[in-house]
Design a protein around this ligand. Structure first.
Ligand code: PEP
Ligand code: MN
Length: 369
């Protein structure tokens, strides 16, 4: 039995209580706590949004460079308490050290989040797990920054071994070679591998950190719901443009309301037609594969543009080398045949890709006929 399969059995049965009742669980609130007024103003707006049950706010912010806003620290925990008192929403925040766990629990934070930059570090995860021994608090573990399933699973196991039974996984996307058009590439099929290993684990989608921009929140959230995720997290601020962190991806509470309304309708349709049919599953799989194809095409287009520039500098012409191209194509066709894909189909696609390259680069350099 593989370690992963063995581990998954040990985790089984420890599903999130949070996601048991109303699905999807919607977690919303600002990227960072900035002031008591900002927290309360945002929370009052969220209180009116049907479906939102948990308020989030970053108290300590893991920032790439020093000098950017690092979070307000402990005072923010007081503001979270005020939010809970005034609105009755449950509260959550990210913790990255044992000390932060202690402080958050002391101040009555209801749900803890382990951030992507912490999940990558087994020392920190173990420190947090040790601090949680004997404590019953729901913990949602974000995927590590890099697409490493074992690290994600490992963090869940460390917490589970410490006796944390209310566990969930939060998918926030991965840092890949090219994340376009996302901030963090969702790599849905990768995240779904975790669900295969631990089917009982509640899966949440942090649509905001995958999308990185407002316009992608809806498709990302919809995809998560269509894939049967148990919850969504959407960063929300009463005045997003003034946000001290992640301003470009936050939305106002009213916008979250509209987003959730739009999702529900579509989701109801999908659910109705779905009924677990094989057809629906296969359609979803094709959609995921199309996403992958698109991401690859986007990467290829960028590299091909760089190639055009380089060859122009080197030879004063962007003209593709026909002999080399024939060899490349022959090799591709051979691979297609081995993989059981129709060679004519593959040839058509690659000829089109090549023509597109020629059209773009020859035309751009004023060499088209
Ligand atoms: C956040 O939720 O604000 C955050 C910092 O997320 P992540 O750990 O996904 O980067
Ligand atoms: Mn954020």
């Amino acid at each position: 039995m593989s370690t992963a399969a063995h581990s998954s059995m040990k985790l089984a049965g420890h599903e999130s209580q949070l996601a048991k009742k109303n699905r999807p669980v919607v977690i919303a609130g600002p990227c960072s706590a900035e002031s008591e007024e900002q927290m309360l103003e945002t929370a009052r707006g969220l209180k009116k949004v049907k479906g939102v049950t948990v308020f989030r706010a970053g108290i300590w912010k893991p920032r790439t460079r020093p000098g950017s806003f690092q979070g307000v620290g402990v005072i923010g925990l007081e503001w979270l308490k005020s939010v809970k008192q005034e609105t009755g929403l449950r509260t959550s925040c990210e913790v990255a050290t044992a000390g932060q766990v202690e402080l958050a629990l002391q101040q009555g934070v209801d749900i803890l989040l382990i951030g992507a930059h912490t999940t990558v570090n087994p020392f920190l995860v173990q420190e947090i797990a040790d601090a949680l021994k004997g404590v019953q608090v729901p913990v949602l573990v974000k995927n590590p920054v890099n697409p490493d399933l074992q690290l994600w699973l490992g963090a869940l196991e460390r917490l589970h071994h410490s006796g944390v039974t209310d566990l969930g996984a939060m998918h926030r996307g991965f840092s890949t070679l090219d994340n376009a058009p996302y901030r963090n590439h969702p790599k849905w099929e990768h995240a779904l591998e975790l669900r295969k290993l631990v089917p009982e684990l509640a899966m949440y989608c942090d649509a905001s950190h995958i999308a990185g921009r407002r316009s992608l929140l809806r498709p990302v959230s919809q995809r998560a719901l269509d894939l049967g995720y148990d919850g969504l997290m959407v960063e929300t601020h009463f005045n997003p443009v003034a946000a001290l962190s992640d301003a470009q991806q936050q939305i106002m509470p009213q916008e979250l309301h509209m987003l959730l309304q739009a999702l529900k309708q579509q989701n109801a349709q999908v659910e109705k037609g779905k009924q677990g049919t094989q057809l629906e599953k296969l359609r979803k799989e094709i959609e995921l594969l199309d996403d992958e194809l698109l991401a690859l095409m986007s990467r290829r287009t960028k590299v091909s543009a760089q190639l055009g520039d380089c060859s122009k500098q080197a030879t004063q012409t962007a003209s593709p080398d026909p002999v080399r191209w024939d060899l490349v194509l022959e090799n591709l066709l051979q691979q297609a045949s081995t993989a059981g894909i129709d060679q004519r189909f593959v040839e058509t696609i690659f000829q089109e890709v090549r023509s597109q390259y020629a059209r773009t680069h020859l035309y751009n350099y004023g060499m088209s006929s």
